[in-house]
Ligand binder design. Structure first.
Ligand SMILES: Cc1cc2nc3c(=O)[nH]c(=O)nc-3n(C[C@H](O)[C@H](O)[C@H](O)COP(=O)(O)OP(=O)(O)OC[C@H]3O[C@@H](n4cnc5c(N)ncnc54)[C@H](O)[C@@H]3O)c2cc1C
Length: 583
């Protein structure tokens, strides 16, 4: 393969990777793996370092934050994280609270240490790239400010903040996380996200309102708790306890969460990389779509990529749910959760997850839900609008709760804070939220489960709902929007009458095209299966690839983890190489 691709006679194709976080690193890795010497690669990174990206650098983590996946769940890199930790001078892991001798691939890692690991892996890949003959140029502290497609010349221009312009054959946009600002910076005490954590590393000493209760909320809680006290282990094996500082008497956290739910906890995974499970092949999906008017059916993928796999792994559980529709299954799980006190359920699930890890016993239905979410992500752009509406209403909320994979140490801290009376959870309705008046007062409004209205004013509010799925308006590269190199992602309705009814009921995301077909606007930008940007006339652009998760959320509704970076990078590089062989 490598030799076939070596073609010293023809000039090198010049490509740009925009953003050197994990996604950019995996794209480069795939080029190195393929021995793609026909490319000259320019990597642009706005920050001073490369590899760590936002979550694993000080932009997204403090010393108190941990990954939500363990070493053995990571996609392959030049060196495994366990081996890497064991060969470090012991003082480094010890400074992060890790005993290198006791560290194993089943453990999660402090995010800042993990960022160092990623940077070192990227360095090794760069060395491999140079050694292989891939002409590579890394531009750090260099922000790309605009990207302009030049279809007539089959080139793309990249403009950087040092006013340099360079022309490429292809660009792969890996700019990652993006947090829009609403009131932060204008209204004291209002935070649009808890990132970077240094902004909330301060003593508040009053009740703090947090919107959301999942991983982002847990990040904020871990930071805030340490500013107002400390965690310690109770004598006699009594678990983790929270000891507030005597001067932090008024500190507390109120989490506002839809239906009062807490996220699911990490358990033992039978297949840590979620790759062994025989999911539907691309060919099977293609064939099904041909027989289904070009659409992928949500019921079909739920049946094949969840129920049928469950039948093999856990026949008893399968028998309980085999006749349930997607809606009935979701409802059954959710109502079981909603009925229990969230902290009691959290404690129960913590104990179950601890046993699952200790005995290496997987929880098949939860693991298969994670596989389903991974499998569904790529072909989701072929759902009908009706199925996408069902997915976002039913399965996505369930998936986001069940497979949040909260690490054990975070559970212990949340339970200790709750026990100490410093953390409470309030169940709210979908229309709840924070309101900021002209004077900057911040009031949380919500209805409880009995429909009673409540409102509470706060000095400090932190939006912890996590990375929002963004719309095309927020996309940072103006020329691409102006020239329609990128366009709004849309899904077609099967039933135009239904679309019209939904529109009449107030759904403003539905549009009718000139040919009278009905479409649903979904967040972000249109891409094809190879992550090429789809522009005007619905044409997939061979020069522009888009892997930035916040901007493809409509077509890739779920997965944003490192396994996504790895898989998406494989698809992008396979497509690039296929272009070479047909050129
Ligand atoms: C707080 C948090 C914790 C997470 N924890 C986990 C976890 O434990 N496990 C997991 O699997 N996933 C986790 N994720 C999911 C996460 O999305 C991925 O793991 C990963 O960070 C995505 O990588 P990325 O390169 O797409 O984005 P990012 O990490 O955001 O990296 C993008 C890079 O592009 C650079 N950049 C941006 N704009 C420009 C520009 N215009 N010009 C040049 N450079 C630019 C940025 O500086 C950055 O280095 C977490 C996400 C968040 C938000």
């Amino acid at each position: 393969m490598k030799d076939e691709m070596k073609n010293p006679g023809s000039p090198k194709k010049v490509i740009a990777i925009i953003g050197a976080g994990p996604a950019g690193m995996f794209v480069y890795k795939k080029l190195v793996d393929a021995g793609a010497v026909q490319y000259s690669v320019h990597i642009y990174e706005a920050g001073n370092s490369y590899g760590a990206g936002m979550p694993y650098s000080t932009e997204g983590a403090g010393a108190e934050h941990v990954t939500n996946i363990s070493g053995n769940e990571l996609p392959r890199l030049p060196m495994g994280v366990t081996a890497w930790i064991k060969q470090l001078p012991p003082a480094i892991p010890v400074s992060f609270g890790i005993d290198p001798q006791n560290f194993s691939g089943y453990k999660v890692v402090p995010r800042l240490l993990f960022g160092q690991y990623l940077q070192e892996q990227f360095t090794r890949l760069l060395e491999e790239g140079y050694a292989t003959g891939i002409d590579t140029h890394l531009h750090t502290a260099c922000r790309v400010t605009d990207i302009e497609d030049m279809p007539a010349k089959s080139k793309v221009k990249v403009i950087t903040d040092n006013q340099q312009e360079r022309v490429f054959d292809s660009v792969i946009i890996c700019t990652g996380h993006h947090w829009p600002v609403t009131f932060e910076g204008k209204t004291p005490g209002f935070y649009d996200s808890p990132y970077p954590p240094r902004k909330i590393q301060q003593r508040f000493n009053h009740p703090i309102a947090i919107k959301g209760s999942s991983l982002t909320a847990i990040d904020a809680i871990r930071t805030l708790a340490r500013q107002h006290g400390r965690f310690t282990t109770a004598s006699g094996g009594g678990g983790v306890v929270y000891v507030p500082d005597p001067s932090a008497g008024a500190f507390s956290i109120v989490m506002y969460s839809l239906k009062g739910l807490l996220p699911g906890i990490r358990f033992h995974l039978d297949d840590p990389r979620l790759t062994h499970t025989p999911l539907l092949s691309e060919e099977a999906i293609r064939q099904h779509m041909q027989e289904n008017n070009g659409f992928l059916s949500l019921d079909f993928i739920f049946e094949k990529d969840f129920k049928q796999l469950l039948k093999q792994k856990d026949p008893d559980y399968y028998n309980q749910i085999k006749d349930m529709s997607l809606e009935a299954f979701t409802q059954a799980i959710m109502s079981r959760r909603e009925k229990m006190d969230p902290f009691l359920l959290f404690k129960k699930e913590y104990q179950e997850a601890r046993d699952s890890i200790r005995e290496k016993m997987p929880v098949h239905w939860k693991e298969l839900l994670a596989s389903l979410s991974f499998a569904m992500n790529y072909p989701a752009k072929h759902f009908s609008a009706e199925d996408m509406l069902r997915l976002t209403k039913t399965l996505m909320p369930l998936i986001s709760i069940v497979i949040a994979f909260v690490p054990q140490s975070s559970c212990e801290e949340l339970m200790a804070l709750h026990q100490a009376g410093r953390l409470q959870l309030v169940a709210v309705d979908e229309d709840s939220g924070i309101e900021v008046d002209k004077k900057g007062n911040k009031t949380y409004h919500y209805k409880d489960e009995n429909g009673h209205t409540h409102q509470q004013q706060y000095q400090t509010f932190i939006d912890c709902t996590g990375q929002p799925r963004l719309w095309i308006q927020d996309f940072p590269f103006a020329s691409m929007k102006k020239q329609n190199t990128v366009i709004q992602a849309q899904l077609k309705f099967l039933d135009e009458e239904k679309a019209r009814r939904l529109q009449q009921e107030g759904n403003t995301d539905i549009i009718f095209r000139k040919d009278n077909t009905a479409w649903l606007n979904v967040p972000g930008i249109a891409i094809n299966d190879a992550f090429r940007a789809v522009g005007k006339e619905q044409a997939a652009n061979p020069r522009v690839y888009l892997m930035s998760v916040p901007f493809i959320g409509g077509y890739n509704p779920d997965y944003s983890g490192l396994d996504f970076c790895d898989e998406a990078a494989s698809r992008v590089v396979a497509d690039l190489l296929a272009q070479l062989s047909t050129a």
